[in-house]
Design a protein. Structure first.
Length: 333
């Protein structure tokens, strides 16, 4: 891979899990990037001449009272529309994809929690064609039903399985084998839940905690990839919940995973300044999950906190790091 021109940001990136989102609209050469810094989300969009920038603030109900810390920003691509979703200490905001119009605001009920307990939302994924799932610090997962257009977003279901704060949510990016489920949720204790989406979400598997936080998860072709605070990547069979492979991938805490749906390449980024690319596959003979190391990139003196592929085949990727006021881009040489 070779380094390309960086995308400059108006402010640096915070040390948050999965602190980079990439949107490449189908059939469009444009690419959009978003990262979080404090109470601000930086959105950079390629426009042919360079990059145009927009900054979004997490404000309570749209009122400029007091800004709250943003915990994550991610584009959710549904068949009918694309929304940019922000989570923070005060609520969940959904915008049109360019950040121009707020479509929906969901306030968190801070008064329900003990004074010493942090309250926030974190973990965002589009699922089942019309849902957006968002995790909570209480361990709940809110399922929002998204209309094809307009602002009539509703909470259709609340999933109650996690006993610790949700860290990440992912939906199937390939074709799920029968019975494998298409949504996975992870929490601070390392516990994982595999769900089947639908009018009602069904819990298929609960994978117990390891005593180590799971920071990032991905689903591809019935393979569940999970990144942990001890630097391990664990690969589970999403249908059975069985552990199939364990990779000591990084020397420090993993902050981000991503998967290229067309090829099954897996990207991992961690505090140890390294980004690795792996190839996931299933043995044609046994159906066992196999993993192969493809590439290592050292991002010198950078605590990597976000890493994403920029295309469906995994031929290019982007990286952001703590206190780094730019997004680094790499493409196949």
């Amino acid at each position: 891979f070779r380094r390309e021109q960086s995308v400059q940001l108006r402010s640096s990136s915070s040390a948050l899990y999965n602190n980079l989102s990439v949107l490449r609209p189908p059939g469009s050469p444009l690419t959009c990037f978003s990262t979080v810094h404090g109470a601000t989300v930086n959105v950079a969009s390629a426009d042919g001449l360079g990059f145009s920038h927009r900054q979004l603030q997490a404000k309570e109900g749209g009122l400029a009272l007091s800004a709250s810390i943003v915990t994550q920003a991610a584009w959710c691509v549904l068949p009918s529309r694309v929304l940019l979703v922000l989570t923070s200490q005060k609520g969940i905001q959904m915008y049109e994809s360019d950040g121009s119009i707020m479509v929906y605001w969901h306030a968190l009920d801070v008064m329900e929690h003990p004074p010493a307990q942090a309250v926030f939302a974190r973990g965002i994924a589009a699922a089942g064609g019309r849902f957006i799932c968002v995790g909570m610090s209480s361990g709940l997962v809110l399922v929002f039903d998204i209309p094809p257009k307009g602002m009539n977003v509703t909470v259709s279901e609340v999933l109650e399985q996690h006993g610790a704060a949700v860290t990440d949510i992912a939906a199937e990016l390939g074709r799920a084998p029968d019975g494998a489920g298409d949504v996975v949720t992870a929490d601070d204790s390392g516990s994982l839940c595999v769900w089947s989406s639908g009018e009602e979400f069904t819990l298929l598997q609960h994978i117990p905690a390891l005593g180590c936080s799971c920071s990032s998860v991905k689903l591809w072709n019935g393979i569940l990839a999970a990144g942990y605070g001890n630097g391990q990547i664990r690969l589970y069979d999403a249908a059975s919940g069985a552990l199939r492979a364990r990779v000591d991938a990084h020397a420090r805490w993993i902050y981000a995973l991503d998967v290229a749906p067309a090829t099954g390449k897996l990207l991992s980024g961690a505090e140890d300044s390294f980004v690795h690319i792996w190839k996931l596959s299933r043995s044609p003979d046994t159906g066992d999950i196999e993993v192969e190391h493809c590439h290592a990139e050292c991002v010198t003196d950078t605590q990597v906190c976000g890493a994403r592929f920029c295309d469906a085949h995994g031929a290019s990727f982007a990286v952001t790091g703590y206190d780094l006021a730019e997004i680094l881009r790499y493409s196949r040489a």
